[in-house]
Structures are given as structure tokens and as C-alpha cells.
Design a protein around this ligand. Sequence first.
Ligand code: 5GP
Length: 210
Amino acid sequence: MADPSKLERRGLLYVLSSPSGAGKSTIARMLLGSDSEIAMSVSATTRPIREGEEDGVDYHFVDNAEFDRLVAQDAFLEWAHVFDHRYGTLRSEIEKSLAGGRDVLLDIDWQGTQQLKQVDPDIVRVFVLPPSLRELRRRLEHRGTDSEEVVARRMERAAAEISHWAEYDYVLINDDAEICAAKAGAILDAERLKRERRTGLVDFVRTLTG
Ligand code: 5GP
């Protein structure tokens, strides 16, 4: 008999958004490290690669011409301008994970989330808020990967991004990355248990009722 804990279910798209510096990447890393059934969607971007980043792991780093080509080929599920660059979710990334029976984690902004919701209403949207604006600035400065000017602009953008918090299903306040990641994991577990995603339940219940 089928293992009841491994009943077939529909894979889900789990979106994490936040203003840059709210700790979303750390939470995503922790979630991926503790759960083998979810895979990251690696976006394509025209932004220059930062020190410590790896092409194909953090992003698929492409130039403007390549991004244009991908748009023309309808390769993106969504894409948007964020800061001075373009970022997009590749259909191939999502399809690869779902076909392999894994859920997909997307680190995208509010514009991408709105577009994705149009394409697939069944997405799970989680917004991560920083505990304060002061802490947000401290984290952006501490990261040391961006110039002062970029940090200042990201701070300006933070308020605009935060204004979209109410478009999300869940809101986490990140004053402790580990606790926040555990909560993000609890959301994932609960969403996986939703009846409508568990396509294997019908057959399983039949074995109980005869
Ligand atoms: P960063 O340059 O710091 O890696 O990312 C800047 C912002 O772009 C983040 O808020 C991130 O969520 C967003 N982003 C990354 N990939 C995508 C994507 O594929 N689509 C959209 N819409 N936003 C993205």
C-alpha cells in the first residue's frame, strides 16, 4: 500500500518578497537547507554579478540582448524592472522543479508576484518585513556589496516595496532569522497539507472506506 505520508500532491509555488536587506535571502537559504522537497527558482537578470555570487546558482546573469531574446521567446513566467535592471522568472526553472515533484521557492518582488498571481492563482505569497527602518539600513550597509549611493536608493525604494505588504497571504517580521525561517517552514508545511493540493487523497480515503 502507498505510504500515506507520501501521497501524491500538486507542487506549489512559494513566493518570498521583501524590501532588499530585510533578510529574505537568509531565510530562503535556511528553508532550502532544511527541506529537500523545495527548490529555488534561479531567475535571469541583467544586473552585474556581485562578489561571491555564482552564475547559474544565484542568478542566470545575462546581457540586455539575451534578456530581450528571452522575452521574445516567451521564456518568462513574469519579469520586471527592479532598480536599474531587469529580473525574470524562467518557465523552464519552474517546470523542471514541478516535474521532479518538488515545490518551488521564488525570491521575486511585488511586481513579479502580481504577474504570477494572474498566471497561477494558487501561489503562496509571503512578505518579509524588517523589524525597523533603522535595522534595514544597518543590514544594507553591513552587507558591503553595494555602494553608498545604491544603499541610499534601496532605502528610498524600501518604503515603496513595503507598501505592497497587504497583497500577500502571510507576513513575517524578521527580527530573528532562525525563528523567521522556522515560521516560513511552518507555512510551507501547512500549505502542503491543504486538501485541494493533495491529489492522492481520494484514492487513499477509498482504502479506508472500502
Ligand atoms: P538583488 O539584486 O538584490 O539580488 O535583487 C533585487 C530584487 O529583485 C529583490 O527584491 C528580488 O526579490 C527581485 N528579484 C529577483 N529575481 C526576480 C525575478 O525573477 N522577478 C522579479 N519580479 N523580481 C526579482
